[in-house]
Ligand binder design. Structure first.
Ligand SMILES: Cc1ncc(COP(=O)(O)O)c(C=O)c1O
Length: 395
């Protein structure tokens, strides 16, 4: 008799994301121009690196507050108060390590095996993978492509229809990865009203909240609509605005009544984020950090212009121009197997993109898309786009 497998079926059934299946073919190969990951080609600015180095020199190498050093939590609360225009108390801020761990902690708060999470898609795959790992069924509700209006649109009725009695949370990412879609305050309000009525939590991933192109300091944030005790978890990150992806540091804003829970979860998950790295993050919140964010935004705006100009000369590749974040989600006419195409491009065209299929759970509509990150040097980006165009020409 064979013994019962103690490993949960949800874990056995996990498969690598499409992004990994492509990038593992060329990561570290200097010939391949990488546009696949969600990060700029700029290294973290020196004043942030210096602050972390100094902290190391000063011996900040010990365990510290599991929810983050108080100065940093206060700094994040001030940053959010300043950029969203809504006062945020530091009691609501936890620095669990990476933003991704913030998503995991929020899921830990609400999900039991058999529950489901309703996620606006296309969406970064780590999110639905994390939901599965937590034991929840990820239910994806896809944004509509409005080619006449030139933007992605959320059908709120479809979103609400996807919920049942086992729905524990909405997962919204605005501005979105990979689409750059930005929810309006009105849409957020309707979602909040519905969630309150039905006892559903909202996990609002706002890691691209300040990477927007309309000149305002922050995209519409659920922080500005909700009461502190609403079941709302807002995720933020140092990774994107300050070019700190390798640091693994971000935050969650949660109800103040969950301070103890977040403290215990932080202890149990990783006993807090890296001590000296937190001093780098603190430096990022300084006026120098604001000026770096401005430079990075300008680099992204330039990248967006490069992609726009490129698409102007293409008849088989188009996009719904993003309102925020730094991705081009490019629709390629005639493409139906984005994974194979992206893998072939790494090997032959020497350019790395993410396949559209990575951003959903088998929705064929996403398979005609490719995602690129345009937060890059304009010349290299143009070269990458040229390589993509040549490969598309061969389909
Ligand atoms: C939508 C979204 N949420 C969360 C994250 C994770 O951020 P971090 O690097 O801080 O874990 C990313 C990173 O790509 C992302 O795109």
């Amino acid at each position: 008799m064979t013994a019962k497998d103690p490993v949960r079926p949800q874990i056995r059934s996990l498969d690598l994301s499409g992004i990994t299946k492509v990038s593992m073919l060329g990561l570290g190969n200097g010939e391949v121009l990488p546009l696949w990951f969600g990060e700029t080609d700029l290294a973290t600015p020196p004043f942030i690196r210096d602050a972390a180095t100094q902290a190391l020199e000063d011996g900040k190498t010990f365990y510290t507050f599991a929810r983050g050093i108080p100065k940093l939590r206060q700094g994040i609360a001030d940053f959010l108060s300043r950029t969203t225009g809504t006062p945020i108390d530091m009691a609501r801020v936890t620095v669990p390590g990476a933003a991704m761990l913030g998503v995991v902690s929020a899921l830990q708060c609400v999900v039991e095996s058999g529950d489901n999470i309703v996620i606006v898609s296309p969406i970064w795959p780590n999110i639905f993978q994390a939901a599965k790992i937590a034991g929840a069924e990820p239910r994806l509700v896809r944004l509509e492509e409005d080619w006449n209006g030139g933007r992605w649109r959320l059908d709120l009725e479809k979103l609400f229809d996807a919920c049942d009695t086992r729905t524990k949370a909405f997962f919204l990412c605005s501005p979105g990865n990979p689409t750059g879609w930005m929810a309006t305050a009105e849409e957020q309000k309707q979602i909040l009203d519905f969630a309150r009525r039905r006892g559903i939590a909202i996990i609002s991933d706002e890691v691209y909240g300040t990477l927007i192109y309309d000149g305002t300091p922050h995209a519409p944030s659920l922080l500005s609509l909700a009461e502190p005790e609403d079941a709302l978890f807002v995720i933020g990150s140092f990774s994107k605005p300050w070019a700190m992806t390798g640091w693994r540091i971000g935050w969650v804003v949660h109800p103040p009544s969950l301070e103890t829970a977040f403290s215990v979860m932080a202890q149990a998950n990783n006993t807090g984020s890296t001590h000296f790295a937190q001093y780098g993050a603190l430096a990022a919140l300084s006026p120098q950090g604001d000026s770096f964010r401005g430079q990075l935004l300008a680099r992204c705006a330039k990248g967006m212009e490069v992609v726009s100009n490129f698409l102007g000369g293409q008849n088989r590749i188009r996009w719904l121009k993003p309102d925020g974040a730094f991705y081009g989600f490019l629709k390629v006419d005639g493409l139906s197997d984005s994974l194979k195409f992206a893998q072939d491009m790494v090997r032959q065209a020497k350019v790395g993109v993410s396949p559209g299929c990575a951003f959903s759970l088998g929705d064929p509509r996403d398979d005609s898309f490719l995602r690129i990150c345009f937060a890059q040097d304009a010349g290299r980006l143009a070269e990458g786009l040229d390589r993509i165009a040549k490969a598309v020409g061969k389909i």
